[in-house]
Design a protein around this ligand. Structure first.
Ligand code: SAM
Length: 293
């Protein structure tokens, strides 16, 4: 069965009286080589780190083309799909697998930490998905904030410009709050681009596959993680302004003079912008901010 054959996909959806839904970000893959390559990118990295039983969690299986490839690699696949009209289709397309479980719910409404924790004794876990574009960042941030302690890696297809942001550095790319946050938890690597003609319906933009390889524990030390993420938010809340002005509008309770002293004490000039600070700098900034009484 080729779950990426465009006439097969159309026939299947017509038979089950459903169609692709823009409101759920449904752009289904119609070139089998792509889900094969995504599954391979996810599993080869996962396997290189772990000998324990392997579990992959997929967000948004659609009609199951990536799920199908993942089921051939991992010991177990749990796929979470919001659209209940796709359930009978998934029953049909994944019928040959006993290691696949489908959960019908909104991933962002799940108790994410509890869910991953409950499988972590028995399995090493990775996440792999062709993400719905309308909630890419909330999904990635929810995984990092609430599940990263249980995860080896997150391999996702996202819009190319989001991928560029995830993988940016202080020297290259569109560096922002999510870039700095990811760098605290792990390393994001862009693997390959996927052009719009590989999807039904074709999106307007190019997509890219990114693998976030998570550290077992954070590489950089910081006294207070909550302060670290406030410092990152504060540095980017006014993107066009200097670090000082942006922090000053975010931390209303700290005087601008004090913030200026903190920035100078870290060896930066007053006109530096947030995008020049790497994650190590942010950890130092957070520690200094935490010392202000
Ligand atoms: N994996 C399939 C593929 O590659 O062809 C479908 C990917 S499609 C871009 C995104 C999928 O995520 C859709 O099946 C959509 O219904 C599902 N989805 C959208 N929002 C979701 C949510 N909040 N929770 C779970 N699934 C969601």
């Amino acid at each position: 069965m080729n779950l990426c054959d465009i006439s097969f996909v159309k026939r299947l959806m017509a038979k089950h009286q459903t169609g692709t839904k823009k409101s759920f970000g449904q752009n289904f893959l119609i070139n089998k080589e792509i889900p094969e390559a995504i599954a391979e990118a996810s599993y080869s990295y996962h396997r290189s780190l772990s000998n324990k039983k392997s579990l992959v969690v997929e967000i948004g299986p659609g009609i199951g083309c990536l799920t199908y490839e993942l089921a051939g690699c991992y010991d177990k696949v749990i796929a979470i799909e919001i659209d209940s009209t796709l359930l009978p289709i998934l029953d049909e397309t994944l019928a040959e697998f006993e290691n696949v479980e489908i959960i019908n719910c909104d991933f962002l409404k799940m108790d994410i930490e509890d869910f991953f924790k409950s499988y972590s004794e028995e399995y090493d876990i990775s996440v792999c998905a062709n993400l719905p574009y309308y909630i890419t960042t909330p999904i990635i941030m929810a995984l990092l904030e609430r599940a990263r302690g249980y995860l080896k890696s997150i391999t996702v297809m996202v819009q190319k410009e989001v991928a560029d942001r995830l993988c940016a550095t202080t020297k290259k790319g569109d560096y922002g709050a999510i870039t700095a946050s990811i760098a605290y938890y792990g390393e994001a690597k862009k693997l390959f681009d996927v052009s719009p003609d590989n999807f039904l319906p074709a999106p307007k933009v190019t997509s890219s596959v990114v693998r976030i390889e998570l550290y077992d524990k954070p590489k950089y030390k910081v006294n207070d993680e909550e302060m670290l993420f406030k410092a990152i938010q504060g540095a980017f809340c006014q993107r066009r302004k200097t670090l000082l002005n942006s922090l000053s509008s975010y931390f209303g309770n700290i005087s601008k003079d004090k913030l200026g002293e903190v920035i100078l004490s870290l060896g930066f000039g007053e006109s530096i912008r947030g995008e020049k600070l790497d994650i190590e700098d942010f950890c130092k900034l957070a520690d200094k901010l935490g010392e202000i009484k």
